[in-house]
Ligand binder design. Structure first.
Ligand code: FRU
Length: 497
């Protein structure tokens, strides 16, 4: 164990670092203390889910990143383990950047991550990035003596050593390993490279999976690549995007690309590209395959464009999303909260066929801040759309967050404009739904620091963090035009296990 890992473990285990009275989400992982960004090494190993994360324990701002570590049996309750990796070797002196995990045939848990070292000679003060391995048993991890296992010399022509990171590994049926790695090309944009290995320790370059030709941002980070329901899915996180219509938002955004690798043309034939989550806060998503075969996605529920400048009085900053089950339906990637959350539902309250005629109502018992809500809305007259539906939540007399839907333009919007903090430069987002067939269905998971809204069975998703007081728990429904509402809420209680 290097000194920096020992120091981090001592620091994080000091209970005086955290304030037991400060609010913490109940179902969203936060760091025990300090800063958290991307999920890393999300995997099932020896009977538990393991989730590592980009972690800087000493401050609530990003710093030389470590790998924090937590385990769970249900993806919702996480137990912290001591930090797994800390920077300190010559190849990762300034950070153990993002990466992934896999179980080798002999039962070893292998972590592959990007080592980061500032280049003193670079006028832009960027860092050299290489790929490295650590081997472990689910608790202790030893960095491999042969690191880096993928060096800058291994990047094919034109690859930028300052933008080469975030390996995501998988195992082929024949037991050999592959990894997709994000790679930048000076002024030419992003590429996703595939590397291969027999044993996980010696790696060689295989091919370019795809490139962005400066479409969708200047660089792609944290790729993931898998097969789902007979379809190939590529997830990327695009940096510095320009907005395009209501589908693509400016800034940094997770995207999903459906298509297939054509071995003859040696290229990825793209079918469609969409924003993975239209909310303000979802980035660097990573997936695993659960023992029962489900493909599960978890993301950093924060936006890099706002997170790095945030201010907080709390002892921690950053949280993960609710893990989501992925499926392909009607040519789209759909996301639904993992079914394990249903075990924590209690105190159901349900209303059916509530008629709203240009009015604002609250319903007895429909309130709360730790909630799983299902809602459907349709026009009262099938031949005449209502004009606007709004739901206010996390509401008190001063503040509220909003979900708004306008049938005429199929526009759905989430907003925390009326609940924002002083430095919130991104208080709302909107998109156009794929379709409006007269019925809107919505599921919302509300926790003390966030709302995640899954529309039309997870076809469109919005995630946002919230800073409103935990006591702000009212919910109001507002209509313009005549509509009919069905709503069911259950409280989410973490003690129900
Ligand atoms: C994405 C990212 C990764 C990198 C890590 C560093 O949020 O920039 O590309 O590995 O964060 O913390």
């Amino acid at each position: 164990m290097n000194d920096s890992l020992r120091k981090a473990r001592e620091y994080e285990s000091g209970s005086h670092r955290t304030n037991a009275c400060e609010p913490r989400p109940l179902f969203h992982l936060t760091a025990p203390v300090g800063w958290l960004n991307d999920p890393n090494g999300f995997s099932w190993y020896q009977g538990q889910y393991h989730l590592f994360y980009q972690y800087y324990p000493y401050d609530t701002k990003w710093g030389p990143v470590h790998w924090g570590h937590a385990v769970s049996t249900d993806l919702l309750h996480w137990t912290y383990l001591p930090a797994a990796l800390a920077p300190g070797e010559e190849y990762d002196r300034d950070g153990c950047f993002s990466g992934s995990a896999i179980t080798l045939k002999d039962g070893t848990h292998l972590l592959m991550y990007t080592g980061y070292v500032y280049d003193e000679d670079d006028p832009k003060h960027r860092g050299i990035q290489t790929q490295n391995i650590a081997l472990g048993d689910g608790r202790e991890y030893v960095k491999h003596s042969g690191n880096p296992v993928i060096r800058n010399e291994d990047i094919p022509d034109g690859g930028d050593p300052y933008d080469f990171r975030d390996p995501k590994i998988w195992m082929e049926e024949d037991g050999t390993l592959r990894a997709v790695i994000a790679s930048g090309r000076e002024d030419l944009g992003a590429r996703i490279l595939v590397f291969q290995s027999r044993d996980g320790l010696k790696w060689s370059y295989s091919h370019v999976l795809t490139e962005n030709h400066l479409r969708f941002g200047r660089m792609w980070e944290c790729p993931d690549y898998f097969e789902l329901d007979g379809q190939e899915v590529l997830l990327v996180n695009a940096m510095d995007m320009n907005g395009e219509g209501t589908e693509f938002h400016s800034g940094n955004n997770g995207l999903y690309i459906l298509g297939h690798w054509d071995p003859e043309k040696r290229s990825f034939q793209e079918q469609c590209v969409h924003t993975l989550d239209h909310g303000m806060d979802f980035y660097a998503g990573q997936t695993l395959t659960a023992p029962d075969g489900r493909r599960i996605l978890i993301g950093w529920m924060q936006n890099p464009c706002t997170a790095y400048d945030h201010e907080t009085d709390r002892s921690y900053f950053g949280q993960m999303s609710i893990p989501r089950e992925l499926r392909i339906c009607n040519g789209r990637l759909v996301q639904r909260p993992v079914r394990e959350i249903e075990r924590y539902r209690t105190d159901p309250v349900e209303y059916r066929n509530v008629q709203l005629q240009t009015e604002s109502i609250q319903l007895d018992g429909i309130s709360g801040r730790f909630l799983d809500m299902e809602l459907t809305v349709r026009s009262a007259d099938p031949n005449l759309d209502f004009e606007r539906f709004e739901m206010r939540f996390a509401q008190n007399s001063d503040q509220y967050a909003q979900f708004i839907f306008i049938p005429k333009t199929k526009t759905a919007c989430i907003s925390r404009i009326h609940a924002s903090t002083a430095n919130d430069s991104l208080p709302q987002r909107q998109t156009e739904l794929f379709e409006w067939n007269g019925n809107l269905s919505l599921r919302m998971i509300l926790d003390t620091g966030s709302a995640e809204i899954f529309i039309n069975d997870g076809e469109t998703v919005f995630s946002m963090t919230l800073e409103t007081a935990s006591e702000a728990n009212e919910i109001t429904f507002i209509s313009e035009g005549n509509l009919v509402l069905n709503v069911k809420t259950c409280k989410l209680d973490p003690t129900l296990r």
